[in-house]
Structure formats: structure tokens, C-alpha cells
Design a protein around this ligand. Structure first.
Ligand SMILES: Cc1cc2nc3c(=O)[nH]c(=O)nc-3n(C[C@H](O)[C@H](O)[C@H](O)COP(=O)(O)OP(=O)(O)OC[C@H]3O[C@@H](n4cnc5c(N)ncnc54)[C@H](O)[C@@H]3O)c2cc1C
Length: 393
């Protein structure tokens, strides 16, 4: 069996794996990225919405992956009350609708330029583990059995991650911590290309929401996420079809792409053990409230790449614990807070969403802390106090 030798072997060629690879190769170490699909960035499994903060992370050089610049976000409660967050109010949280295939390919181009080897059609099948550390990974490359050896291994293999399990990290997800998604890219629709729209409600999308992310004024990603504990995955498509049927501006749209996938909306798990590091969706770094994971995959990927490079340079696996500290510093608090908010929001009925929207529709979000926001909510609707008190303090 042919054997490939690297300092670091990364399973998964999504944003997390590609950014990790880039920073390891930049430091002068050899890296292999194993991607089971035949092409980086394909198939797209994404709503393609990303915050403008992506610009501050410095992970791309070309900008051809930005398809549409968004002015603001609008959230609609079940009775149609709209909460508008303009660019000034929402700050970095408004963003872009991107071409995800181009974005991932740009990350791959840079990783390759820095020296990483990217193996597509390379499915990592199993690991040989000794003393809690991976020694080699057995993979199918172009249908042939091959092996990859390395000093450090990375699981950037997405929501269904296997790499963590190989070293006994508990990667199981409860149904209440997974969102089933379905999405159409619809052409020939009439949409307001300045806004991303979110529709919430227990009856509309239990435990999740429906999104309209415009790619242009006549094409949009229209998708739904539904908490798996509330539904079977088939329900997501049914609910989305029902929603589209009721909206005049969407009904005549023609699907040019359909996709189904899952998003972890869990608390992060242990992100390293022995010589193994988990990044991105594999580490459950997706935002539990929004389901957005691109930015966090990039942030975690950079911390992972830089830490792994140090561990290789100093030949000290114990340095990998710096990775856990590093990503927790950057996104840990946000993940925990948004997990609490997701847990709470998944209990709301339609009336509660309506009351919330009514309370916040005129608020300037920039000036308010979470505490201040909750105070404003309960002043207008005191009955919300009981529901929101777990978020105070
Ligand atoms: C329907 C949907 C809509 C979404 N919309 C948004 C959005 O609008 N904005 C946002 O920020 N996030 C969104 N997300 C989440 C976002 O796509 C993920 O958080 C992000 O892709 C995580 O990056 P990653 O690199 O960790 O994982 P992935 O992008 O999933 O990459 C993992 C890669 O590993 C490969 N792989 C898996 N197992 C193996 C193996 N054994 N061998 C080799 N390769 C393997 C896979 O083929 C895949 O390419 C959405 C997700 C879904 C499903």
C-alpha cells in the first residue's frame, strides 16, 4: 500500500481544514488535506450568508467570492412584525451573500500556494491508533488504498466527524442539538437585494428559522432549518415548500439548486486529545443560535494552524492545549451565550415571538447591552420576564 508521510494530516477540505493547513504550511511544515469529494467547495451545503467580520480575518486575497453586499437584516415574527437591523445598528453582523464554492476554492488556492498538498477524492476510512494517538490514516485515494502518516492529525471533517471518535472523543449529537436544513437557490424571484430576511415561529420552522439570502435582485437562497428534536428531516422541505407557496414574490421562482444538510447547534466538545485536534463543525464551533459556522471555522482554523506549527517546532504535543485556550478566548463566550439563547428560543410559541418582535422593533441595538435589551423587553411585555430570566446575570 502506498504511504504518504507528512508532519500534519488534515481530514476535511472545508474552511476549517483549509485555513488550518495554510497556517501550518506557512510555518514551514508539510501538510496533507484529505477531501473525499471530487472538488473543493462542491457540493455547496450552505446558505452562503456571512458577516463582514470575515474581512478582518485576512484569510483571502481575491474578492470574487462576494456575490452581494447586504445593507441590513430583517427579522419577521409569525404575525409579520418586522425588526429591522440596519448596517449602522447591526454593525459587523450584516454582511455578504457569498459564492461558497469560490470562497472555499480561494482558501484552497492560498493553502496550496503556501505549500499544502490537497488530495481530492480521498476518503479517510480509518485510523491506526496506539496509546491514544493516531499513527496513520487509511484512505481511499482515487479508489486505491493508501496510508497517510503524520505527527499530528486534524479532524476538520464537518458535522458527521469521525476523527474525534477514533481517539474516543464523544462527538455524539442529541436531536435537540442538530438542525436539519433544506434550501433552494431560486432564480426568477423578486427580492430586495439589500436585506437578508429571517422568518421565525414555532409553526413556521420549529426550533429554527426560514432565511432568504439574496444573491442578486432576481436570485436568492431560500432555506429552512428545523431542530431535529421537533421533526423528521422530511418536514423541513414540506414547511419550506408551504412558506414559498404563500409568498407571491417567491412562488414563481425556479430552483437552480437544491440542497439538504445538517448543522450542529451544540456546545463545543473537547477539541484535542493526544495528537489529534478538532476544528470547525467537527468541534461543534457553529453558532448555536444562527447556525452560521463559516467565520468560526476560519477563526478556529487559524488558531489550530498556528498552535500546531508551534507544537511541531518545539516537538511538544502538550502545546496543543493552547489551541483549546485560544479558540475559547475568541469565540467561547459567544458560543455559550448563544447556546443558552437557542435553548430558550426553542421553547417559544408563536405568541412569544410576536411579543418579542413588538418589544424590540424600535430599539437601537448598538446602544443596548443584553441586560438592557431584556429590561426593555420585559418593560413592554412583563409576561416575558419568566421566560428571559435565565439570560440575566
Ligand atoms: C444548509 C446549510 C446552510 C448553512 N448556511 C450557512 C450560512 O449561511 N452561513 C454560515 O456561516 N454557515 C452556514 N452553514 C454552516 C457552514 O456551512 C459550516 O459551519 C461550515 O461549512 C463549517 O466548515 P468546516 O470546514 O468545519 O466543515 P465543512 O465545510 O462541512 O467541511 C468538511 C469537509 O470534510 C469532508 N469530509 C468529511 N468526512 C471526510 C472523510 N472521512 N475523508 C475526507 N473528507 C471528509 C467533507 O466532504 C467536507 O468537504 C450552513 C450549513 C448547512 C448544512
Amino acid at each position: 500500500m502506498e504511504t504518504y508521510e507528512y508532519d500534519c494530516v488534515i481530514v476535511g477540505g472545508g474552511p476549517a481544514g483549509l485555513v488550518t493547513a495554510r497556517y501550518i504550511s506557512e510555518a514551514g511544515f508539510s501538510v496533507a488535506v484529505l477531501e473525499r469529494d471530487r472538488e473543493i467547495g462542491v457540493p455547496v451545503l450552505c446558505g452562503e450568508g456571512v458577516s463582514r467580520n470575515i474581512d478582518n480575518l485576512g484569510v483571502t486575497e481575491r474578492r470574487d467570492w462576494v456575490e452581494n453586499e447586504i445593507v441590513g437584516a430583517r427579522i419577521f415574527s409569525p404575525n409579520g412584525t418586522m425588526v429591522k437591523m440596519s448596517a449602522e445598528r447591526a454593525g459587523g453582523e450584516t454582511g455578504y451573500v457569498i459564492d461558497r464554492e469560490r470562497f472555499d476554492k480561494e482558501l484552497a488556492r492560498i493553502a496550496a500556494k503556501k505549500g499544502a498538498d490537497i488530495f481530492v477524492m480521498c476518503d479517510a476510512k480509518k485510523a491506526n491508533v496506539e496509546g491514544g494517538e493516531i499513527r496513520e490514516i487509511e484512505a481511499k485515494l482515487d479508489g486505491k488504498d493508501v496510508k497517510f502518516t503524520g505527527k499530528i492529525f486534524v479532524g476538520a471533517d464537518g458535522v458527521e466527524s469521525k476523527v474525534g471518535r477514533w481517539v474516543d472523543i464523544d462527538t455524539r449529537l442529541k436531536p435537540k442539538d442538530i438542525v436539519s436544513c433544506y434550501e433552494y437557490t431560486l432564480s426568477d424571484v423578486e427580492c430586495d437585494k439589500d436585506y437578508t430576511d429571517f422568518f421565525v415561529g414555532r409553526s413556521l420552522a420549529p426550533g429554527g428559522y426560514i432565511w432568504i439570502f439574496p444573491k442578486s435582485d432576481d436570485t436568492a437562497n431560500v432555506g429552512i432549518g428545523v431542530l431535529a428534536s421537533y421533526s423528521k428531516s422530511a418536514l423541513a422541505k414540506q414547511l419550506l415548500d408551504k412558506f414559498i407557496e404563500k409568498k407571491d414574490f417567491l412562488r414563481k421562482g425556479k430552483p437552480v439548486r437544491k440542497l439538504a444538510g445538517a448543522v450542529p447547534v451544540a456546545l463545543p466538545i473537547q477539541s484535542y486529545r493526544g495528537n489529534v485536534v478538532l476544528v470547525g463543525d467537527a468541534a461543534r464551533h457553529t453558532d448555536p443560535l444562527t447556525g452560521g459556522g463559516i467565520i468560526h471555522a476560519v477563526i478556529g482554523g487559524r488558531v489550530a494552524g498556528e498552535t500546531i506549527a508551534r507544537a511541531l517546532r518545539e516537538e511538544k504535543l502538550s502545546l496543543l492545549e493552547e489551541y483549546e485556550k485560544g479558540w475559547r478566548e475568541k469565540i467561547g463566550k459567544k458560543l455559550e451565550r448563544n447556546y443558552k439563547m437557542k435553548e430558550l428560543a426553542s421553547t417559544f410559541d408563536d405568541k412569544t415571538f410576536d411579543k418579542l418582535a413588538d418589544s424590540v422593533k424600535d430599539i437601537n441595538f448598538e446602544e443596548l447591552s443584553t441586560r438592557g435589551l431584556i429590561k426593555a423587553l420585559v418593560t413592554k411585555h412583563p409576561s416575558l420576564l419568566f421566560k428571559l430570566k435565565s439570560l440575566i446575570g
